[in-house]
Design a protein around this ligand. Structure first.
Ligand code: CAA
Length: 296
């Protein structure tokens, strides 16, 4: 699969375009917003520069990767030569439904249509197309150029052939693909989100403070980030919406989002993206400062 179209140029989309381009694929990065595409290309260049600085790739590799990426603001035109389309747009079923219908109408008949969704049912998305056997989940982790996992999610109708092609393509990106079935939260978020929710409950109930909770998990369990910092990094709104998918999908109270998380998202404290969540973020600074709200 040589020609890859990536829909959505946000954090996940630009990371996915980055790795496909780095490993020699021709990438069309698609976004309806021209400014977002310019920003995405600048981010990809900055992240490739990091890899050059760490001597992971050469300057020539960086230039080749950048030359492999073209952009398009028209979805229909952007997918017309694709072997594989990876959709990484907003986590909203109605938006994905429209996108998959457009992809289905315009991509070659043989193309595989993948989604990077973190929690929307692959089976439900596939049912909106005329090729449900060729629809699959390709769930990359943030930051995409660094994290080795691709959670490959088979919808109810996804064929063995589609799965095999996506597993093989992921391996060529030097990733480790793991095949899972399509149930709420798949595997990654079914396990990660209850841990994050429990960390928020632990704070909410006054068992320990923000730094204490994160330090226990960082030093005690060798997690690179504590669960509260990770929640800020993922986005508290994203965590809340995934917990709601789990809660609704299983009808089990154990997934009920902590009221503190609900309040924070309602008040606009969504983590890194809004500048404050459990921690306060200053652009350009790597210091981890606990939000005033949680200072003792
Ligand atoms: N592009 C390229 N390289 C990057 C990068 C990017 N966007 N971001 C970081 N890096 C590289 C750095 O250059 C650095 O390289 P070396 O190891 O060669 O030094 C390395 O990654 C580590 O980066 P930093 O030194 O800047 O910072 P760090 O050591 O604190 O690590 C981190 C940052 C990699 C993000 C680490 O904290 C981490 O692994 N955190 C956990 C991330 C995680 O759990 N992600 C999954 C989230 S869940 C998800 O994505 C799915 C979902 O559905 C919610």
């Amino acid at each position: 699969m040589n020609n890859i179209s990536v829909i959505g140029s946000g954090t996940m989309g630009n990371g996915i375009a980055h790795v496909f381009a780095q490993y020699g694929h021709q990438v069309t990065l698609i976004d309806i917003n021209e400014k977002a595409l310019e920003k995405a290309l600048a981010t990809i260049e900055k992240n490739l520069d990091r890899q050059v600085a760490k001597e992971k790739i050469s300057e020539a590799d960086k230039n080749k990767a950048l030359a492999n990426i073209t952009t398009n603001t028209d979805i229909a035109a952007g997918v017309k030569n694709a072997d594989l389309v990876v959709e990484a747009a907003t986590e909203n079923f109605e938006i994905k439904k429209q996108l998959f219908q457009t992809m289905d109408e315009n991509a070659p008949e043989s193309a595989i249509l993948a989604t990077n969704t973190s929690s929307i049912s692959i089976t439900r998305i596939a049912a909106e197309t005329n090729r449900p056997g060729q629809v699959i989940g390709m769930h990359f982790m943030n930051p995409v150029p660094v994290m080795k996992l691709v959670e490959v999610i088979r919808g109810y109708a996804t064929t063995d052939e589609t799965t095999a092609k996506v597993m093989e393509t992921s391996k060529k990106l030097q990733k480790v693909p793991v095949e899972v079935n399509d149930y709420p939260g798949f595997v990654a978020n079914r396990i990660l989100m209850p841990m994050i929710n429990e960390a928020i409950y632990t704070l909410f109930e006054g068992v320990a403070g923000v730094e204490e909770i994160d330090t226990v998990m960082k030093l005690g369990m060798a997690h690179p980030m504590g669960p509260l910092q990770l929640a800020d990094f993922i986005g508290l709104d994203v965590c809340l919406s995934i917990l709601r998918v789990l809660h609704e999908g299983f009808g089990n109270q154990k997934y009920a989002p902590c009221p503190l998380l609900v309040n924070m998202v309602t008040a606009g404290y969504k983590g890194v993206k809004t500048g404050e969540g459990f921690y306060k973020y200053t652009p350009g600074s790597k210091d981890l400062v606990v939000s005033e709200m949680f200072k003792k």
